[in-house]
Design a protein around this ligand. Sequence first.
Ligand SMILES: O=C(O)c1ccccc1NCC(=O)[C@H](O)[C@H](O)COP(=O)(O)O
Length: 424
Amino acid sequence: MEALAIGSAPPRPGFAAPTRYSHLRRPRTLAVAASARRLLAAAHMDAAAAAGGRPSPAPARCTRAETEPEVGEVATSSHAALEAEAAGATEQGDNGSPVADAAAAAGASIEGVDGIRIRRRPVTGPSVHYVGPFQFRLENEGNTPRNILEKIVWDKDAEVSQMKERRPLYMLKGALEAAPPARDFVGALKASYDRTGLPALIAEVKKASPSRGVLREDFDPVQIAQAYEKNGAACLSVLTDEKYFQGSFNNLEAIRNAGVQCPLLCKEFIVDAWQLYYARSKGADAVLLIAAVLPDLDIKYMLKICKILGMSALVEVHDEREMDRVLGIDGVQLIGINNRNLETFEVDISNTKKLLEGERGQMIAQKDIIVVGESGLFTPDHISFVQNAGVKAVLVGESLIKQEDPGKAISGLFGKDISNTGAA
Ligand SMILES: O=C(O)c1ccccc1NCC(=O)[C@H](O)[C@H](O)COP(=O)(O)O
C-alpha cells in the first residue's frame, strides 16, 4: 500500500522509508481512517441500541487504523496478533474491541465484564444540546458523571478530540522527529534503588489536585524539578492536565528543555493513543496508563506504541481486580499501586501491602516487575512500610510540594540524604 510523503524525499512507490515514525502516514489513512471511523460509529450505534441505550455519535477517537504501526517496527507482527485478538475479543464479549468499547460507552455491563469501573464517555451524549440557535441542558443519569475520575475522563475525551482535530497524528511527525530522545525511565529507577537501597523516588511536579486544591501558590515547575533532581529524585512525574491539576505540556517541555536529566513521566489521563505520540513529542520518557480507565486491549495496544516510541509505561491499579488484569498482560514492566481511591479520594497506604501479598507478590517477582507505591506517603515510616511490602519505587507529590523547599523535603521523607553526593 503506498504511503504519501510527509517528509522531504518522495518515497519509492510501494515503500515508505522505515523510520521510527514512518507509520504516521497521511495517505490512505484519510480514506481508511474515515472508513474505520464509519465502522466504529456503526458498531457504536448498534451496540448502544442493543444495550437499550440511545445511540450517541461515536466521538472521533484514535482508532487502530489511524495509529497502526506498520513499517519495519516492533509492532508489525504483534499488531496483527492484537487485531486477531481484538476480533476474538468481540465474539467473547471481552473488552477493547470497538463493539465492546461502544457497549461500555453505552453503560452496558461496565462492572464485571471488562473491569473498568468508569464509563468512558456520557452514555446519552453531552448534557448541553443545540437545536437551531438554541442551547438547552438536559441532565440525566447517562450524562452525569458518577465520580471525579469519570468526570475527568469525559472532559479529557472531549479535550483530546479537539486537540486531535487541530493536530492530527500525521502532523505530529515533525515534532516527534525533533523531540529529544526518550530516556530509560525503568533503568533510572533500578539504578537509584541499587545505589541507595531505598525505594527510588518519582517526585511529582504538581500545582493542584481535585482532592487537595492548590498545593503551592508560588509554583515554578523548572525550579522545583531541578531541586528534586539535585536532592536525589530518580525520575519526575509532571502533571499535564490543566483543568483539574493546573498542569501543562508547557511545564513538561520546559523541564525537559532546562536540561533536567531525570526521566520524565507525563502524568496525564490517557484515553486515546494519540496522546502517547503527543506526550513523546513534548519530551516525555514515560506515560501513565490507568487500569480503571483503560480496557485490557487498550493497555496492550498502548504498550506496543510506547515501545515503538521508546517510552516506558507506568500501569496504575487500585484494587485486586485491576492488579490481576494487569498481571495478565505481557510486557508490563512497571505497576503503580495507587493508595488513593480516585473515585472517593480515600487514601490508605495499606492498600499497597494488600495488593502485594501472596501469589500476586510472587508473580510480580517472577516477572521482574517494578512496583511503585503511589500517594499518601509523608514520613520515613511510610516509606519503610511500602518498601517492606515489596515496592522498589515510590511516587510522591503532596508531602514534598507543600514544603517551603521541596528539594530539601526529600531527605525528610526518607529520613536521610539520598542525593548522589549524600547517599552511601
Ligand atoms: O490527587 C487527586 O486528587 C486525584 C484525583 C483524581 C485522579 C488522580 C488524582 N491524583 C493523582 C495521584 O494519584 C497523585 O498525584 C500521586 O499519586 C501522588 O500522590 P500524593 O503524594 O498523595 O500527592
